[in-house]
Design a protein around this ligand. Structure first.
Ligand code: FES
Ligand code: FE2
Length: 348
């Protein structure tokens, strides 16, 4: 189902929670098969460089970072946060090289609501003309997340995304007393609207109340949006409070996808809930993870897969959104959302 270029380019990906990257420190990560070193200057500015020294390919993350510049471990070449080469120690005073030619690629990064996002472009950074916004959790513009959990799914991103938006697996995979105790399937009818780079399940009253939502207040209503490349925002509002869950999927390689789930909330005592919530969220994510692991046993025989109406319509939209996005980038035109307003019905 995936097209020939496995990943979407020219789009913002979730990179890491901001608190993990302390001032004066670096973190090395592979995203979309590209080695990247993230750093935070002593002034607090986040940057991302290709984690390969242009001289002889030692990852820059093996070197030193003084809080201003990265120094390669092998021959001490120094690079600024913009990737500019600032010093080649082996040069004598009369050897003048134009250091502009020895720079390393820098990736655009933004720190929003406590998270570091990276713009992954196929071309050189100079020709990136970024029109896209970093996805934002509505209602928490100046705030940061209150809890964060991460997990690696050993699969291609599409399988993780499809699993994330698949309503039909819930009663089979997530059967837990604290989430959904009854195993009776019920018919669901939900209206969906197109939204920027994705679609939104229209806000509706919650029928099944879960443990967390019962603590929120009366009349909880939920709205769930999905947008490319793999961002899901679930917003639950009651008569008193709001809880937002941001879940992001970022491909590390073709066979590994990082899932991060974060909570934003107006609940003042949410901190007290985190020690209870955190293992439950881990457990929930792991239930999905175990499925994609088992799915690999079948996928290695390269079978064709099916998408049925209406339970898999969201998955179908994901593939349509993805190919339209890739085409719009390739043709240098604006993206046209293929999703139309639609009512979907399924049993779950
Ligand atoms: S390999 Fe980095 S300075 Fe030589
Ligand atoms: Fe799931």
């Amino acid at each position: 189902m995936a097209d020939s270029t496995p990943f979407l380019w020219n789009i913002w990906y979730y990179a890491l929670p901001g608190h993990q990257l302390k001032p004066g420190k670096t973190i090395a990560k592979v995203l979309l098969n590209e080695p990247i070193v993230f750093g935070r200057t002593l002034a607090g500015q986040v940057f991302a460089l290709r984690d390969i020294c242009p001289h002889r390919a030692i990852p820059l993350s093996y070197g030193r970072f003084d809080g201003h510049e990265v120094e390669c471990a092998y021959h001490g070449w120094r690079f600024s946060e913009t990737g500019q080469c600032t010093q080649i120690p082996a040069l004598t005073d009369d050897q003048h090289l134009n250091l502009d030619k020895f720079g390393v690629r820098a990736y655009p990064v933004q720190e929003v609501q406590g998270n570091i996002w990276i713009y992954m472009s196929s071309g050189a950074p100079s020709d990136t003309n970024i029109t896209l916004q970093v996805p934002r959790v509505p209602g928490f513009e100046q705030e940061t997340y209150r809890s964060v959990e991460g997990m690696n799914f050993p699969c291609f991103i599409d399988h993780a995304v499809v699993g994330l938006m698949d309503p039909a697996h819930v009663p089979f995979v997530h059967r837990s007393w604290w989430w959904r105790a009854d195993d009776k399937l019920a018919e669901e009818v939900k209206t969906f609207d197109p939204s920027p780079y994705g679609f939104t399940m229209r806000k509706h009253q919650l029928e099944r109340e879960t443990l967390l939502y019962r603590l929120l207040g009366r009349k909880p209503a939920v709205e769930i949006s999905f947008q490319l490349p793999g961002v899901r925002i679930e917003q639950v509002t009651s008569d008193r409070h709001t809880v937002c869950n941001l879940t992001t999927l970022t491909p590390l390689t073709e066979t590994s996808t990082e899932v991060t789930t974060l909570f934003y909330t107006s609940l003042p005592w949410f901190k007290l809930l985190v020690p209870i919530l955190s293992p439950l969220v881990q457990r929930f994510l792991d239930q999905d993870r175990q499925m994609v692991i088992k799915q690999q046993d079948g996928l290695k025989y390269n079978p064709s897969l099916m998408l049925i109406k209406d339970a898999d319509t969201q998955a179908r939209w994901y593939y349509q959104l993805k190919s339209e996005f890739a085409r719009s980038v390739e043709q240098g035109r604006s993206f046209e959302n293929p999703v139309r307003e639609q009512v979907l019905r399924w049993r779950s």
